[in-house]
Design a protein around this ligand. Structure first.
Ligand SMILES: Cc1cc2nc3c(=O)[nH]c(=O)nc-3n(C[C@H](O)[C@H](O)[C@H](O)COP(=O)(O)OP(=O)(O)OC[C@H]3O[C@@H](n4cnc5c(N)ncnc54)[C@H](O)[C@@H]3O)c2cc1C
Length: 476
């Protein structure tokens, strides 16, 4: 990569290498109130949820654009001087997707956070990238509509981050992920041009599908400045239940039975014993702690069918070995179960200074094998591991609690991680279901993609971003 070194942020003398003239030009574009350029200020943007601060790379400047034209002007400048640009929503990704590994400019979208339109006739909405997913869900729910993608941290994660990662969440089994809801994007390209990729229609086969190419591209191809999203009618009601089993295999068999009996719950999540114990330890909600596996199942639809499905699912689970079933009987109970589920990451974080959430996906039939393998790997490398995930779509998230300051633990984790990825691929799965590749998994791509495919992706990147300024060292 042929960067103009004067412009690149280096570990030493970070703050003298970046020409002050460039800072002034950025200031002229967005105004002084929309930048942070002092060392203490930019430090907070040198990492995301993936523990990258150990690389000690800081961005030179954090910019808070207020509109698309400002983003375009910044990109023209960055492209001219070959300065890396890293897009950032809430910074909550687990893959080092926002890490400024080459320094440069962080584009932070918290000031482009407006819901521009909700169209209940066309079932669409138009939003800026900084809109928080949970806020959009609430806004559309108020008029009887539903935006299903639900990363578990939807109280903070943004639409821009969700699109860039094609984030999913528990409801992906029935409703899919972000990719299934993006109709049109306004994006800024690396040279500052502004384009639209799709249309306001649900159907569209006009030209190549650039919308879907950009969804999940982790900010490496273009910067999302506006999105038109598909909405669906909200289900009349939902209910949630927990089924406790003596083994993960019993839980997996129950899931197959539910599906084979023509039911599609909105959520089928698996939580292992260690995770349940950890949640209950730190946020007691009355979970039963001595069972090897718990299924969290949510059903939605009209009132009569939800009741019927709930009874059928309880009977099936009992038939496959469930020792206890806990069905929510009111909204408070429902919220209590969901709060327990969403507390998992926070609870694990109480066990050690760091929690690393991994994300692998396998065909659903291989979940039991994968879970067993994860526990064997953890034992081999002496790691505290909690397994949970979206069993309905084969997506498992082992949470590793460890202390990354301890060189041995860090090394063991790296070895375990490599084995985990090899295991997932050997079971017919792949490296990420929803958290993305970022800089954490970039080196492992050849495990999952053949050389020709990888080369094609690199060529596509070059067409979009010939100077390699957009979110460098992520994914490819
Ligand atoms: C407790 C917890 C629970 C989570 N649960 C889930 C879950 O259930 N499912 C799931 O899928 N993920 C989950 N995640 C991971 C993550 O939060 C989500 O993927 C989320 O969608 C990321 O949103 P963000 O706003 O934080 O994005 P960021 O972390 O800020 O950015 C993510 C990526 O998007 C790029 N990006 C951001 N904005 C733009 C833009 N405007 N244009 C182009 N690129 C952009 C960034 O450069 C980066 O590569 C969880 C994370 C945490 C901490």
């Amino acid at each position: 990569m042929n960067y103009n070194l004067v412009m690149l942020v280096k570990e030493k003398n970070t703050f003298t290498q970046f020409d002050n003239n460039i800072i002034s030009q950025i200031e002229n574009i967005v105004g002084k109130k929309n930048i942070i350029s002092d060392e203490e200020g930019v430090y907070a943007y040198s990492f995301d949820c993936a523990h990258i601060p150990f690389n000690k790379k800081y961005p030179r400047i954090v910019v808070f654009p207020e509109n698309t034209l400002q983003v375009s002007e910044i990109l023209k400048l960055a492209n001219k001087y070959k300065i890396p640009v890293i897009e950032r929503g809430a910074g909550s990704n687990h893959a080092g997707g926002c890490a400024p590994v080459k320094g440069g400019i962080i584009l932070h979208f918290s000031k482009m956070n407006k819901i521009l339109e909700i169209n209940n006739e066309d079932l669409t909405c138009k939003v800026q990238p900084g809109v928080v997913v949970g806020d959009l869900q609430k806004a559309v729910k108020d008029i009887g509509l539903f935006f299903p993608p639900d990363p578990s941290n939807l109280a903070v994660s943004t639409i821009g981050g969700g699109i860039a990662l094609s984030s999913g969440g528990p409801r992906a089994f029935k409703y899919g992920t972000f990719k299934d809801y993006v109709l049109d994007l306004e994006v800024v390209l690396a040279d500052g041009s502004i384009i639209r990729t799709g249309s306001q229609t649900v159907k569209n086969v006009t030209g190549l599908n650039l919308t879907q190419l950009i969804v999940g591209s982790e900010g490496t191809l273009a910067i999302v400045t506006e999105a038109t999203l598909r909405l669906i009618p909200a289900p009349e009601t939902t209910n949630v239940m927990l089924a406790y089993f003596d083994s993960i295999s019993e839980a997996v068999d129950s899931v197959s039975a539910i599906i084979n009996n023509h039911m599609t719950p909105s959520v089928i999540d698996l939580i292992d014993k260690k995770t349940v114990q950890t949640i209950e330890n730190f946020y007691p909600t009355g979970l039963i702690c001595d069972k090897e596996a718990v299924l969290l199942i949510e059903i939605d639809g009209d009132v009569a069918s939800v009741r019927l499905q709930q009874d059928k699912i309880a009977t099936l689970c009992r038939g496959y070995g469930a020792k206890h079933i806990d069905c929510a009987n009111d909204e408070e109970h429902r919220q209590k179960i969901w709060t327990a589920r969403r507390s998992a990451f926070g609870a694990c974080a109480q066990l050690a200074p760091n929690v690393i959430t991994e994300d692998v996906v396998v065909p659903r039939s291989k979940i039991a094998e994968l879970s067993k393998g994860i526990l064997q790997i953890s034992e081999k490398y002496h790691l505290i591991t909690m397994v949970m995930g979206h069993i309905g779509d084969g997506n498992i998230h082992p949470n590793f609690a460890l202390d990354l300051r301890d060189a041995k633990q860090k090394q063991n984790f790296e070895l375990a991680k490599a084995e985990l990825f090899r295991l997932a691929v050997s079971l017919g799965g792949t490296l990420s279901g929803e958290h993305g590749i970022g800089c954490q998994k970039a080196n492992f791509l050849p495990l999952a993609l053949d050389k020709t495919t990888l080369n094609l992706m690199i060529q596509i990147k070059k067409v979009f971003d010939p100077n390699y300024i957009l979110n460098p060292e992520k994914m490819l």
